[in-house]
Design a protein around this ligand. Structure first.
Ligand code: ZN
Length: 322
C-alpha cells in the first residue's frame, strides 16, 4: 500500500518535471528571442555612411588618411598616411578590424610621401590587404623629377609606387579625369580637377586631384594638399555648387594650401584637418604660435567664416556618420 502510494507520487513528480521541461523549452526560448528582439528593435539605429579621419596623434610628422565606409559595408580609402611605421600599422589595423582587410576603391590625391607612404610601405611587402581598384592621376615620373624633386628617398618611393601599380595592380588602376563620377553603394565620388602640367609652382601639391564625396545627405570636399594656384583654377573652372560641401578637408594639412580667398569663396561649414597637434598650434617647441606655419591664421579665417565644428587628426581617428 505504501509502496504504491510512493510510486504514484514519484510518477506525478516525473510528469510535472517533464511537462515543465517542455513548457520551458518552447515558451522559455520564445521569451528569450522576444527579449533580445525587443531590446534591439524598439528604436532601430538608423544606418549611415561613415567618414573616418585617420589619427595623426601617434605619427610625429604630418600625414593624411581618410576611410569611407558605405552602408553596405564597402570600404573606400583616400590616401592613407605616411611611410612612418606607426602610420602603416594604423592603416593596416584599421582595415583589418573594420574592413576584413579589403579595400573596394582606393583614391589618391597626390604622390607626396605623407599621403602615399602608407600604401607604398604596405604593398612593398606581403600586404595582407586586398584592393579591388585604385584611382589617381599622378604626374609622370619625369614631371615629378623635373618639377617636384626634393630628395632621392622620395624619388625612390615614386618609382617604387609606379612599379607597385604596374606589377601588383595590373588592370586595376584607373587614371581619373575631371567630371569622372564613381559610385560605391550609396557613395558618389566626383573628380573636380586633376593636375595641370603647366602649373609648375608648388608642382606636386598643386597636382592634387580634388574629389567631392557624397551620399544623399551630406558631402565632403577633399582638397589634398592643393596650393593657391590650384585653388584659383578651381574657382575659375569648377562650379561653386560642387565646391560647397557640408565638410571641407583643409588643404595642405590646414596651412600653406589654398588661400583665404578660396575659403571665403566656398564658405566651409565644418572643417576636417589632417593636422598633428604641433602643426595645429604652430608650435615648433617654443609654445603656441611660435613656429613658421600658418595654421593659426587658417583657424582665424575659419572663425571669421563662422565655422564652429572642427575634426582634427591630432585627436586620433574619428568617424563622422553622414
Ligand atoms: Zn601632405
Amino acid at each position: 500500500m505504501i509502496k504504491t502510494k510512493w510510486k504514484s507520487i514519484i510518477a506525478i513528480w516525473i510528469s510535472v518535471f517533464l511537462f515543465m521541461s517542455f513548457f520551458m523549452m518552447f515558451s522559455g526560448c520564445q521569451a528569450l528571442f522576444e527579449n533580445s528582439e525587443s531590446t534591439g528593435t524598439d528604436e532601430p539605429e538608423e544606418k549611415s555612411s561613415v567618414f573616418y579621419l585617420l589619427g595623426n596623434d601617434k605619427v610625429e610628422g604630418q600625414m593624411m588618411g581618410c576611410v569611407v565606409q558605405t552602408m553596405g559595408g564597402k570600404t573606400i580609402v583616400i590616401d592613407g598616411g605616411s611611410e612612418d611605421a606607426l602610420a602603416k600599422r594604423q592603416l593596416m589595423d584599421f582595415l583589418s578590424e573594420n574592413a576584413n582587410g579589403h579595400v573596394d576603391a582606393w583614391f589618391f590625391t597626390h604622390p607626396h610621401h605623407d599621403h602615399i607612404g602608407a600604401f607604398h610601405g604596405i604593398f612593398s611587402n606581403i600586404a595582407g590587404i586586398t584592393v579591388d581598384k585604385i584611382y589617381h592621376n599622378f604626374p609622370s615620373l619625369d614631371e615629378l623629377e623635373t618639377y617636384g624633386y626634393r630628395n632621392a628617398g622620395e624619388m625612390k618611393i615614386w618609382k617604387e609606387t609606379a612599379d607597385i601599380f604596374e606589377n601588383k595592380f595590373a588592370g586595376k588602376v584607373q587614371i581619373v579625369q575631371p567630371k569622372d563620377v564613381f559610385v560605391v553603394d550609396e557613395i558618389k565620388i566626383t573628380v573636380l580637377r586633376v593636375y595641370d602640367p603647366t602649373m609648375t609652382t608648388n608642382f606636386v601639391n598643386n597636382s592634387s586631384v580634388v574629389y567631392r564625396i557624397e551620399n544623399d545627405h551630406k558631402s565632403f570636399l577633399i582638397l589634398g594638399d592643393l596650393g593657391v594656384q590650384g585653388g584659383a583654377e578651381l574657382m575659375e573652372n569648377c562650379s561653386l555648387e560642387l565646391l560647397q560641401t557640408d565638410y571641407t578637408q583643409m588643404a595642405h594639412h590646414g596651412q600653406g594650401g589654398v588661400n583665404q580667398e578660396f575659403y571665403a569663396y566656398i564658405k566651409p561649414k565644418r572643417c576636417i584637418w589632417p593636422t598633428p597637434d604641433w602643426l595645429w598650434d604652430n608650435d615648433n617647441g617654443g609654445g603656441f604660435d611660435t613656429g613658421p606655419w600658418q595654421t593659426v591664421r587658417t583657424r582665424e579665417w575659419m572663425e571669421e567664416l563662422g565655422v564652429t565644428e572642427h575634426w582634427v587628426a591630432k585627436d586620433g581617428t574619428q568617424g563622422i556618420k553622414f
